[in-house]
Design a binder for this molecule. Structure first.
Ligand code: NAP
Length: 252
């Protein structure tokens, strides 16, 4: 039912977690995938090898989301290898604890630069390409934190709230160009980002209890929504925030 043969996707942060699951799921649907990583080259290569077995080839690019020159380099590499970008998934991100009153300007900037500015930078580079191609899909990974806030992660919540507002802005602006932008908004997902919390017995029991479905998501749960938004089945969904949180936070 979902076939994305001949499509090319660029995913940020595909070396681990949600990005890796999305890279593999899109590759299994026929997409030629390129993805970035920050420093974990071995893990990135292992994901790329699996993706290439599914769809023929996969390109990995080292790039820091927050650096305009790296973003330009990444987009250029995809264009020179594959010649087009049909799907952009802005996934790479950081989640670092910080109490208000103690967060340093450097911590604030790091989170906002990677999570929000990085999303902007990639969109800014890729949209002109999608305009020339007369269409495309942009999928930005937000968070429940961006919808309801998150204590001790206010800088993270601000970055993800920004991702949601930014996505709605470009969705309306780019709709007439057949470029469809949406967010996927995960709740708790079992990845390296959260393992220090989720693997504490006491914490996981309380977290599971607060989720109507009774468990945290797998990276594949989130990748499924990414695949749906990348496909033609979702073409009339524009500027939406797709919650993938087991029912824990019900803001659209
Ligand atoms: P993860 O397992 O920690 O993986 C993070 C990915 O981002 C890695 O591929 C990493 O590359 C890359 N990355 C980190 N900093 C980067 C930078 N400065 N420039 C480029 N790439 C960078 O994270 P995850 O849990 O899969 O999260 C993916 C997205 O989902 C994030 O935006 C996160 O905020 C969001 N999210 C996660 C959860 C959750 O519970 N896990 C919940 C809501 C939203 P390396 O491997 O090279 O370090």
């Amino acid at each position: 039912m979902i076939s994305l043969n001949n499509k090319v996707a660029l995913i940020t942060g595909g070396s681990r977690g949600i990005g890796a699951a999305a890279a593999l799921m899109l590759a299994e649907a026929g997409v030629t995938v390129a993805f970035t990583y920050a420093s974990k080259k071995k893990q990135a290569q292992a994901v790329a090898d699996k993706a290439a077995r599914a769809s023929g080839s996969c390109l990995i690019i080292q790039a820091d989301m927050s650096k305009p020159a790296d973003v330009k380099k990444a987009v250029k590499a995809v264009m020179s290898n594959f010649g087009r970008i049909d799907i952009l998934v802005n996934n790479a991100g950081v989640w670092k604890r910080g109490a208000i009153g103690k967060i340093t300007e450097q911590q604030w900037d790091e989170t906002l630069d990677i999570n929000l500015k990085g999303t902007f930078l990639f969109c800014n580079e890729v949209v002109p390409i999608m305009k020339k191609q007369r269409g495309g899909k942009i999928i930005n990974i937000a968070s429940t934190a961006g919808q309801r806030g998150e204590a001790f992660y206010s800088h993270y919540a601000a970055s993800k709230g920004g991702v949601i507002a930014f996505t709605k802005g470009i969705a309306v602006e780019l709709g007439p160009h057949k470029i469809i932008a949406n967010c996927v908004s995960p709740g708790w997902v079992d990845t390296d980002m959260t393992s220090h919390v989720l693997h504490r017995k006491k914490e996981i029991a309380a977290i599971n209890k607060a989720i109507p479905r009774g468990k945290v998501a797998t990276p594949q749960d989130i990748a499924g929504a990414v695949l749906f938004l990348a496909s033609d089945l979702s073409n009339h969904i524009v500027g939406a925030v797709i919650n993938v949180n087991g029912g824990s936070v019900l803001y659209g």
